[in-house]
Design a protein around this ligand. Sequence first.
Ligand SMILES: NC(=O)c1ccc[n+]([C@@H]2O[C@H](COP(=O)([O-])OP(=O)(O)OC[C@H]3O[C@@H](n4cnc5c(N)ncnc54)[C@H](OP(=O)(O)O)[C@@H]3O)[C@@H](O)[C@H]2O)c1
Length: 270
Amino acid sequence: MEYRKLGSLDVSVIGLGTLRTFDVTSESDISTCRQIVENCVESQVNLIDCASMYGDAEKVVGITTAGKRDKFYLTSKVRCEGKEAGDAQIARSFELFDTEFIDLYQVHNMIDWRTHLSTLEELKDQGRIGMVGVTAMVHEAYPEIINLMKSSRVDTVQVPYNVMERECETELLPVAEDHGIGVLVMEPLKKGRYVKELKQQPDLTPLAEYGIKTWGQALLAWVIADHRVSATIPATSRPERIFENALPGSLAPLPQELREYVRQETERCL
Ligand SMILES: NC(=O)c1ccc[n+]([C@@H]2O[C@H](COP(=O)([O-])OP(=O)(O)OC[C@H]3O[C@@H](n4cnc5c(N)ncnc54)[C@H](OP(=O)(O)O)[C@@H]3O)[C@@H](O)[C@H]2O)c1
């Protein structure tokens, strides 16, 4: 597994997302999440991204990483209006993760960011969180995020970046590189659509020699071939997919011509 800098941390270039997949309550679903976490340890995946608004996900991350906290960097996100509600949400993350320290805390989709960024900066000064970040799902938020990046108020940003969604390439990624800001990539598989909803079977032949065996791996390899990406965080509800998704993290970066092939093939098959 390749590790890249996210602030001062060395994070696995393939991390784990938890949106929907860790929002579970039954014993059997929690046991599946436990297996996912165990497979992450085995695959040397050391970054788990979560959020206050992912239902029971923070609680399930807390339960399933118990006794293994030294193997993972954890992130969460605040998403609400107002200082009081924000403080309560952030406090609950510490409680549900069952931890005194959270490695990265992000303002979710820039909602009420002026309020929450100040709170997170204070928590960082107090040593309760390691880094401050922001996330955005829509590129209309990028100008504001880029201003924050240039003002050095954020250590990380989290944005979508995949074969078909490349708006961050124009300005956001260059600014991240110039300012040494960590980049987490959400939705590398477009919520799974670019693998599960293809109308035709992609041809993996040109990628086989390179070590890629599935289209999911091809899409992940496309994302991490951009060296400005610190890590991408695909989510899954299937423990065996952790091994599949981690594999591109151990391969050499996809050459430009194969990256272009993956893009064209996705377009053809969608
Ligand atoms: N605003 C924000 O801050 C924000 C927004 C969106 C996402 N995020 C973060 O980014 C993470 C990733 O985004 P996402 O979960 O929306 O989308 P994603 O990672 O692009 O896709 C997840 C989906 O892909 C499927 N999948 C995973 N690996 C696969 C493979 N090898 N082959 C086929 N299907 C595969 C999973 O289904 P199975 O369960 O069947 O494997 C799951 O339904 C989230 O979990 C969250 O942590 C943040």
